[in-house]
Design a protein around this ligand. Sequence first.
Ligand code: CTP
Length: 397
Amino acid sequence: MGTLTGKRIVLGVTGGIAAYKAVEVCRRLVDAGAHVQPVMTDGALEMVGATTFSALASEPARTSLFHDPKTPIPHTKMGQAADLILVCPATARIISDMRTGRSADLLMGTILATRAPVVVCPAMHTEMWDQPAVQENIGVLEQRGVMIVPPESGRLAGGDMGHGRLADPATVIAYVERALTQQDLAGRHVLITAGGTREPIDPVRVISNRSTGKQGYAFAEEAWGRGAKVTLVTTVETPEPVGAHRVDVQTAADMQRAVEAVDDADIIVMAAAVADFRPADPADHKIKKTDGAAPHIALEKTHDFLIDLGEKKPGGQVLIGFAAETHDLLGNAQGKLERKKLDIIVANDVSQPGVGFAHETNEVVIIQADGSCQDVPLTDKRDVARLVLDTAANKLG
Ligand code: CTP
């Protein structure tokens, strides 16, 4: 069951050209199991037909406060029943009305009649978005607890380019999920490493491993969804999850520098598969076949910086390591937990089908420093992240 399953969402669509993208948002909400009630303003109806939303949503689109004999007071009914109101796209007009509480139409009436969280996705031309009046209104809404989905840069209506474009539908959905999730990591900084490090042999060749970063990315999604500030130190090209601050690295030494540059992490999740060995003397030119016989590449050990993190761990920080093993899972993991002074180690047997590197799923044991163990049977990596962060959040208190 996902965060959106069974949630009643009023999708308010206002009259911006980006209204056509709200159709995709509507579809994705329904696909995620939400019960979607579209409410369209007169402006929205100039952009997209009500039939489009009615066909995709869970209820017919509503367009007027009046003229529905079956529901004489639709705004209070919808506002009271909603688990969340999403305004997508939100014009400067609706943002202004929300600030002043002016009940100009069915959508504003519904917003005024709710106690549910409200998520607003502004979309307008750059000149409009930059107006002090608009920025001030946005600031006031934010202070009142309205969640604003920041607009992006890119192509705008009429062929213009600039800031103010509606956020991508996937981003909108991530914000909606966040608004419906308990914010038990609000105010916390979670530092996550992901992917296998790449140690150069020469300018074109590397020694690496099979890690794809999926488990680390799942941690980033989960931590941000629960309100944390997220820094993701990654070796893989996969675009970062919504909300994560991304730091790109390649080698174990780069990763160590990036991790040590963060001095306020409340939780560190060392999900990366850091190389244990690297070429001792990488060539500064591409090694050619014609250079002679196959080269012997001498290796040296990398520095295990998780040991440093354990040594220097500030009070109150939760340090989480991983142990990818192929035999004696619990013995090896317990040994690493003690040697590296970790609070939690997530152990997985990567020789099992569907477990560890490159899979969407994982099967792990969460071991804590006090010896307690939690078996997590094969499940998707987001679930693993959720359960590990539950344990970490408990430790933070
Ligand atoms: N790690 C690290 N720096 C390294 C190697 C590993 O910070 N140079 C971290 C990994 O990110 C992981 C944990 O240490 O969280 C355990 O990594 P793993 O490779 O399973 O264990 P090792 O201690 O390297 O032992 P071995 O390879 O012998 O199993």
